[in-house]
Structures are given as structure tokens and as C-alpha cells.
Design a protein. Structure first.
Length: 256
């Protein structure tokens, strides 16, 4: 014989219980906290399941597209915020470079601090400034910091003809070089052979303009493959604009 149980307490219901007593036991059980919670969850499940069922595949796909759009918009806002922060930081460093250049006539102090600031914008293993002398057709290393390259020290005079310094200063156009991709480097750019042999793979060379005259170049070298891209080249141009107006470039710069 099957026994009936009270929903709330789990205790069996007497076989002799009257209909009124049975109804009372059922109502008491349904009003218990446990069954009220189960009831709420059940109703919510039925509602959600029913909604999704009514939406069908088209409705579900629409919901996913809307969610994807929200995610894309959020990612775009985050990217824009990061870009804004980066540009603000670059502007602060550029302004600091300008202050450094004009702050002192102590050449060593000025350009050591200058190199430290440039490194925050553009990674490099070597930074240098070459100044040209059109009267003698030569150029000399006026400032160098970082990686040692044979025949590229401060104070050495080298021929402008056929040199990268001569080409960039004459064209007044910046150059981004991937030395490990230059074919026939010895024949086409013999002056770069010592640079490449020192381990440099990427170079940025930017003209320096002083009072309207092209007076030399700013050079940034890296031993990391694909270290530089167009953004680094544009930053180097802005740096060159800051230091090109420096009057002490006319009188020469010492080694760091």
C-alpha cells in the first residue's frame, strides 16, 4: 500500500486523515521556505527557457550580435583611451627634451639626459649625431652613446659621398632601414657594413635642420629585428625637430 507524505515535513500522512486535513498538510508544505525557494527558481527557469524557446534561433542570434557589438564598442573605447594616454606621454617627453636642449651649455650633461629621454620614446642600442661639412665634403661623429661600432667614433671624419649620412642630409628625407634585408650590402651600402657586423639590424636616420640648413643626421640603431616601424620613424623626426634648433650643434658636441 502506497503511503502519502507531508510536503513540508516529510512525515507520512495518516491513512485516516480527512480530506480537509490533507489539503491543510499540502498547503503547509508549499508554504515552507524550502519549497518556496524551489518554486521561485522553477518559475524563473520556465520563464527564461520559455523566452528563449519563443525567440527561436533568429532571436538568439540577434542577442549574440548585440552582445558582440557591445564588446566591440567597449574594446574600441579602451583602445582609444590607451592611445590617448600614449600620445599625452609622448608630448610630455618631447616637451622635456626641448627643455633639456635649451637648459644648459654643458654639452655632456645636456645630451646624456637627452639620450635617456629619447630611449623612453624609441628603444635603441646606439644613438648618434653626425654633422656634415660641405666645404670639405666630409662628416664627423659629433655625439655617440651606446653600442661601439668600428670606425664610427666621435671626432672621426668620413667622406660624405656614398654615405647614408650624405644621402639623408641631402634629400632631407628620413630613412628606416632593415639591414638584414638589404641585398648586396657590401656593393650598395659599403659604409653600413661595419654597422651590420656590429649586430645592428634596424636603423633610423633623420635629417637635422638648423636655421633652414641641413647640417647632419640623427641616427638610432637597434640589434633587435623589426625593432622600428613608421611610428618610431615619426617620433624620431619630432626628436630631430627639437634638437635641430640647438645652437651648440654648430660648435660641436662631445662624446657621452
Amino acid at each position: 500500500m502506497l503511503k502519502s507524505y507531508n510536503i513540508g515535513s516529510g512525515s507520512p500522512i495518516s491513512d485516516t486523515s480527512s480530506p480537509t486535513e490533507l489539503v491543510h498538510d499540502v498547503q503547509a508544505g508549499l508554504n515552507s521556505p524550502k519549497w518556496m525557494t524551489i518554486g521561485i527558481v522553477g518559475v524563473a527557469f520556465v520563464f527564461v527557457y520559455g523566452s528563449l524557446t519563443l525567440m527561436g534561433t533568429r532571436g538568439w542570434n540577434t542577442m549574440k550580435r548585440q552582445w558582440s557589438k557591445l564588446q566591440t564598442k567597449n574594446d574600441a573605447l579602451k583602445t582609444k583611451r590607451l592611445e590617448s594616454d600614449r600620445l599625452l606621454n609622448e608630448s610630455k617627453i618631447m616637451a622635456d627634451i626641448g627643455r633639456i636642449i635649451s637648459s644648459s651649455q654643458d654639452i655632456q650633461q645636456v645630451y646624456q639626459r637627452f639620450a635617456e629621454d629619447v630611449r623612453q620614446l624609441i628603444p635603441f642600442n646606439r644613438i648618434g649625431i653626425n654633422l656634415i661639412d660641405l666645404n670639405t665634403g666630409t662628416y664627423r661623429g659629433a655625439y655617440v652613446s651606446g653600442l661601439d661600432i668600428s670606425g664610427r667614433g666621435v671626432g672621426l671624419n668620413l667622406p660624405l659621398e656614398g654615405s647614408l649620412t650624405g644621402a639623408v642630409s641631402a634629400s632631407r628625407e628620413p630613412m628606416l632601414l632593415k639591414l638584414n634585408r638589404v641585398e648586396n650590402l657590401v656593393e650598395t651600402h659599403p659604409g653600413l657594413v661595419p654597422v651590420y657586423e656590429a649586430g645592428v639590424t634596424d636603423s633610423i636616420v633623420v635629417p637635422l635642420i638648423n636655421n633652414g640648413d641641413s647640417i647632419g643626421v640623427l641616427i638610432l640603431d637597434s640589434t633587435d629585428v623589426d625593432a622600428y616601424d613608421l611610428r618610431h620613424l615619426q617620433l624620431a623626426e619630432r626628436v630631430a625637430d627639437q634638437i635641430g634648433v640647438d645652437p651648440i650643434l654648430r660648435t660641436g658636441i662631445g662624446s657621452s
